[in-house]
Design a protein around this ligand. Structure first.
Ligand code: SAH
Ligand code: SF4
Ligand code: F3S
Length: 436
């Protein structure tokens, strides 16, 4: 049996896609390996969102090519967003045999077969319909606790900095019935948590099911499972979604709500369709409906024409909201995007770096303050496994998505445990078992 090795980069949607790819290849008779030296087919599922993500893949391509030259017959491939963006240019490097975009995975058995005969293959056609809705993914999370479920593909938003609409194509929602079926299947296999994935989950729609309704239907179909979702767009997150969350104890109290910038002038240039005031009003609403809901965000430092004042608006917004967590990036110009065509990438590198560092410093303090507010609280935590630092401790996340660690040798991955917060660091709640 030929064996396939896949490295996965980028967002959670790529992790879910790799699971779909293994399912498709499994049906076609391919096995799986985690040892590159044993693999007949070596692939990377790639990300294009920032330049450094792509640079890293070029480094991996060199490694793959090394295996390919050492062991004749080995086939190498690039999947995902970078395959879609660079297409032929990847084949022309002479270092890869297969280039397959995110909507071409059903075609992979044929592509691999032809490439093994010495004919390089490319399929970067984007689809308006493909959702892989009928494919049961091969779950790769080894602890068997948490599973990703894609509910939609693509994105119609065209934020000016973002390459995703070009690499993933138009937005399409998956039939809600196949989503519910997959959730039930996860429950039957012993999973304890599912995360519903889309670039903009609030624009989910299939027949008469919008995202709020889908969320409610899934929460009721698998009452013993925890449900998370990502990503919510501040423009589209509806009161109905918040009310559905509040009405279901098994939907986690955490919303990832990327703000990108605190300056209205920059938000407009980014083509985000909300203002700072709108964002703050959404945060208020979330906290009114669910006072215990954590809010995290994404932010970009140094977007085209960003001034010190714009940057200070971002820092002030962070203070005002008091985010529980954040993913923070420097702007990276992506070829083909509206921003690349319209606006010069004119914030000097050193300034981008300094602004990013300032945002990180503020967020580090906010994370610590957020964790300190949890002192003495009791949380139900889903055990992920032993903590990295101490084998006598377990770790897992609470509903708010905060990492907890506590001394415990009695429980195992997949158990729910009630813990009390005794202390914290900026990244972790240090706990003990409730009642102990
Ligand atoms: N669909 C999600 C974001 C997906 S990309 C949303 O709309 O929120 C994940 C994050 O990468 C974005 O939120 C943004 O903060 C960051 N990002 C996207 N393009 C970028 C670029 N060109 N440079 C730097 N960061 C970028
Ligand atoms: Fe990119 Fe905007 Fe779509 Fe998110 S919503 S994937 S940032 S275009
Ligand atoms: Fe990257 Fe593609 Fe996800 S660009 S962030 S892997 S959608």
């Amino acid at each position: 049996m030929k064996k396939v090795y896949i490295e996965t980069y980028g967002c959670q949607m790529n992790v879910a896609d790799t699971e779909v790819v293994f399912s498709i290849l499994g049906k076609a008779g391919y096995g799986r390996t985690e040892d590159i030296a044993q693999a007949d087919v070596i692939m990377a599922n790639t990300c294009s969102v920032r330049d450094n993500a792509e640079q890293r893949i070029w480094g991996r391509i060199e490694q793959f090519n090394f295996q390919r030259r050492k062991r004749p017959g080995v086939v190498t491939g690039i999947l995902g967003c970078m395959a879609e963006r660079l297409g032929e240019a990847l084949l022309e490097s002479g270092k890869v045999d297969i280039v397959a975009g995110p909507d071409a995975y059903r075609n992979l058995p044929e592509l691999i077969g032809a490439a093994a005969q010495g004919h390089p293959q490319i399929n970067v056609l984007l689809s308006r319909e493909e959702t892989y809705g009928d494919i049961a993914p091969v779950r790769l999370d080894r602890s068997g606790v948490s599973a990703f479920i894609s509910i939609m593909r693509g994105c119609n938003n065209v934020c000016s900095y973002c390459v995703v609409p070009y690499t993933r194509g138009a937005e399409r929602s998956r039939d809600w019935r196949t989503i519910v079926r997959e959730a039930c299947d996860c429950a039957a296999r012993g999973y304890k948590e599912i995360t519903l994935l889309g670039q903009n989950v609030d624009s989910y729609r299939f027949e008469d099911h919008d995202f709020a309704r889908l969320l409610g239907v899934v929460a009721e179909a698998v009452p013993a499972l925890r449900i998370r979702f990502s990503t919510s767009n501040p423009q589209d997150i509806s009161d109905a979604v918040l009310e559905t969350m509040a009405a279901h104890g098994n939907i986690c109290r955490h919303i990832h709500l990327p703000v990108q910038s605190g300056s209205d002038r920059i938000l407009e240039k980014m083509r985000r369709r909300y203002t700072r005031a709108w964002y703050l009003q959404r945060v208020e609403k979330i906290r009114t409906v669910m006072p215990d809901c954590a809010i995290s965000t994404d932010v970009i430092a140094g977007f085209c024409s960003e001034t010190e004042e714009d940057h200070r608006d971002t820092l002030r917004l962070f203070e005002q909201v008091g985010f529980d967590a954040a993913f923070m990036f420097q702007y990276s110009e992506r070829p083909g995007t509206l921003a690349a065509k319209k606006y010069p990438d004119d914030v000097p590198q050193a300034v981008k770096t300094r602004r990013l560092e300032e945002i990180i410093a503020v967020q580090n303090r906010l994370s610590l303050e957020s964790n300190r507010r949890d002192a003495g609280k009791t949380f139900r935590v889903l055990v992920e496994g032993p903590s990295k630092r101490n084998p006598a401790e377990l770790c897992g996340r609470n509903s708010q998505n905060k990492m907890c660690v506590w001394p415990d040798t009695a429980h195992k991955a997949g158990d729910f445990v009630d813990v009390v917060v005794c202390d914290c660091t900026q990244a972790t709640l240090l706990c003990k078992i409730a009642g102990s």
